[in-house]
Structure formats: C-alpha cells, structure tokens
Design a protein around this ligand. Structure first.
Ligand SMILES: [Zn+2]
Length: 449
C-alpha cells in the first residue's frame, strides 16, 4: 500500500477551472474555483485569484460550468433487463440468459457513468441460472482493471429466504437454479458466505415483502429476527456491510436491532420508528423514481400484471409522505433509485428532482447523491466531496442545479465526467467524447426479434 500511495502522489499537477463549485459539504457555492489535482487525487481547492497556475500546466477549462462531485446512486440493479428492450419482462425472464443480463449490467453502468454517476451501488440480481453475484462482480472488476470504462461499483449479493420479495423477482412457477435462497440462520450464513466468496461488497436482504412483484403483499414478514441477525453479523464479520429492504415498521425495527448498515425504501412509517432511525444515524435510500406515475405507466407498457400496477399506485402516497417525515426528522438520506426495469437507466438524477418537489432543499438533495452518499457506504474518506486528499471524481454541469435540479438529467448538460483524475466524458464545445453513444430509443425489442 505504501508503494501505491507513492505512485499516486507522482505525476504533474493538473488544474480544473470552474464557474461555480458545489463541493458536496453543503456550504455556500464558491465562485471561480480552481481544483488542483495530482494523479488520482485532489491536492487542493481554491479560487482563481488565490491559486497560481504555472504557464505550462495542464488546465481543464470548465469556467462556464458548475463543478460538483461525481454523483452516486446507492440502490440500482444494472443487470435488470432494460424496460424498453422487452415486450414483456415476465416472458423475458424465461428467454434471456444471465450472460446477456451481464452485458446489460455493463451497458447500464456506462449509461449512468456518462450522466455523471461515478459510483453505483448495485444491490444484486438473480437470473434463471441462479444469483448474478459473480457476473456483477466481474463487471465491477473489469472496470476497476481498466479493461472497460465505467463507474466505480459496489456489488450486493441477494441473501434471502425462500419465497422472499427478492426471490419473487423470478416468476413463481419458474424452477429455481442453484443456491438462490436459504432458510434458518446457519443456511443463511452459508448463503452470505457464498456471496462474499464471490466477492460481493454488500449483503442485500429483505425483511418485508415489496412492491414490484406479483401476488405478494408488502406487509409479509420476510424472515425472523434470528435470521436477520445472522446475516448482518456475517456481513460484518467479513468487514462488509448489510443492506436491508424494509417496507414496514416491523421490518425497519428488525433492521435497527440487527445493526443493518443501510435501510432501503422505508415506504410505511410511524413517527417513533423514524425517530429511532434518525437517532441511530442509519442511512435510508428512499428509491422514489420507480414510484412515480411515469414509472407505473412504463411497467404497464411492458406487460406488468394489473395487480402489481394497483399495488404500486397504492404504495405511492405512503412513500412520498414517509420521505417528507424522514427529511423533517433529520434521517440521513442517501440517494438511491432502485432503477432496473424502470423508469430508464441514465435518468437517475430524476430522483433528486422528486426530493426537491417533495420539499427538500436543492443543496440537501445534492448532498444525498454526494457527501452523504459517500458516508453512507463508508467511503467518505475518499469520495463524496471536492477537497484536498479525496479521489478526483468531479463533474462539470452546464447550469445551476441549485436553481434547476432537473438540469442534471440532460446529457448535454453533463459536460465533463472525471473519475480518479481521468476524463471519461467530455462534451464541452468542440468535443464529443462519450462513454457510450447509445440513446434510449436506439434499442431493439428483443422478444420481437
Ligand atoms: Zn432494489
């Protein structure tokens, strides 16, 4: 590690000039910022009148744009089929091999990266050939090795009981393949260890039923306290974290008791449980993008059963109200979309617009995807803010997201995407460097081919 650090510190200084800086710490935006970088890291941050740039230095001119930390989506499923590439996703689950799902994972990760998301926490997936933990870890590792361009990824491994919400992502009658689910603390420990052996960063489980699956009520308890305790303990034993899907207050309290690292969704609430979560400081990812009418409509168009659509619509107001209560109570909110089928990969920043529409201050919304997100996944020492010592994950945005949070959703506004000091997308005038050149609509409907 010593040698790595020395290597990192070598290399010429690089400078990036911005119009405004939103540093991810929540303070007032800074005018005319200069960020000094060396190798993969930020060396220091100042303003154009204070920092002297040598004449022969490499300068990245983003003086017309807002600089901010690369964004993070902490709840995504990149290997889910794309909502516009299938006529009917239920049928697709019988037609498509995990190898293609893995291709989707890479492609979706790159789409998000192109839109300024430099870190994704993918909370896992299954397939008709078993869990996709190996496949997702391979996508992460291929990106880290520099074989393919993409965001930094953290991978979740499904660790749930038979018939759990995550098991029911697969059609009920589909034969299960391999060691997909487990029951009882010891079997679940083994499933967790199997996922950890595959290299996952996060153990993903569910303590209650959920929304987007067939014939399943959200208030079903998905495991016992003893089982959840075992899973979380196992994740922690391997120095990894545990993320728990919770729709009900019963599930939320179980997650608190087990010592979960993040709570996913929330959905239902009572005030006392919200206060307990705020006090414990456990981050929550609200995942509101797929609760909107737009998302429900997309589901309708690709063959989701009426029962599920009704359930999604029923859950919608609870999700929005719970979000508002959490924000007021000071719960640590970290941005997560749960994007998979819908609404549409790459439009992740739409989640922030929903937060703002529900009453969150735009600066707080930006923090959910930057500084707060990094701390939620325990990477706050390296990521989430633009300051000396951090990895240089920086984006340049044409527009002021504090005035118009929706500006983060348009690709032409995301002028630069830099990860660890290297530029991957550059859409400044006269340049046209993209991570991927596809736009939604280019895709063919696979089950029509
Ligand atoms: Zn999810």
């Amino acid at each position: 590690m010593q040698g790595m650090k020395a290597l990192e510190e070598k290399g010429a200084l690089k400078f990036i000039k911005g119009g405004t800086l939103i540093d991810g710490k929540g303070g007032r935006p800074v005018k005319d910022p200069v960020v000094v970088m060396q190798g993969r890291r930020i060396k220091k941050v100042g303003t154009q009148d204070k920092i002297k740039i040598p004449r022969d230095a490499q300068v990245i001119d983003a003086a017309r744009y807002t600089l901010m930390p690369g964004m993070m989506d902490l709840h995504i499923h990149t290997s889910m089929f794309n909502c516009v590439t299938f006529h009917n996703h239920r049928v697709a689950q019988f037609e498509i091999m995990p190898h293609l799902q893995q291709m989707y994972a890479l492609f979706h990760a790159q789409l998000c990266f192109d839109m300024g998301f430099t870190t994704l926490r993918d909370l896992g997936m299954n397939s008709n050939r078993g869990l996709l933990t190996n496949e997702l870890c391979a996508v992460r590792d291929a990106i880290d090795a520099g074989i393919m361009e993409g965001p930094r990824m953290l991978i979740g491994g499904f660790t749930t009981i038979t018939g759990s919400h995550l098991d029911l992502i697969q059609p009920r009658a589909m034969p299960r393949h391999g060691f997909n689910t487990a029951d009882g603390p010891w079997e679940l420990r083994k499933l967790a260890r199997t996922n950890l052996l595959a290299g996952c960063d996060v153990i993903k489980t569910c303590a209650s039923g959920g929304g987007g699956t067939d014939k399943e009520e959200p208030d079903i308890r998905n495991m016992t306290q003893e089982e959840l305790d075992a899973i979380v303990d196992e994740a922690h034993a391997f120095h990894k974290s545990a993320s728990v899907h919770c729709f009900t207050t019963q599930a939320q309290r179980m997650a608190l008791k087990a010592g979960a690292d993040t709570i996913e969704h929330m959905v239902f609430h009572d005030d006392e449980t919200i206060d307990l979560i705020a006090e414990a400081g456990i981050p929550v990812t609200p995942t509101l993008s797929h609760r909107t009418d737009h998302a429900i409509q997309l589901r309708r168009e690709h063959g989701t059963a009426e029962f599920v659509l009704r359930k999604m619509k029923y859950l919608q107001p609870f999700c929005f109200e719970t979000f508002q209560k959490m924000y007021k109570a000071g719960v640590r909110i970290a941005m997560g979309t749960d994007m998979g089928f819908e609404p549409d990969m790459g439009s992740n920043a739409g989640e922030l617009e929903i937060y703002v529409k529900l009453g969150m201050k735009p600066m707080d919304a930006i923090l959910t995807a930057t500084g707060n997100a990094a701390r939620a996944i325990k990477l706050g020492g390296d990521l989430g803010t633009i300051e000396g010592g951090k990895l240089a994950d920086i984006i340049a945005v044409d527009g002021d997201p504090l005035k118009d949070i929706a500006c983060l959703q348009k690709k032409q506004n995301i002028k630069l995407v830099m990860k660890e000091g290297r530029i991957y997308a550059d859409r400044r005038p006269g340049r046209n460097k993209n991570v991927v050149n596809a736009t939604s609509g280019d895709w063919k409907i696979i089950d029509y081919l």
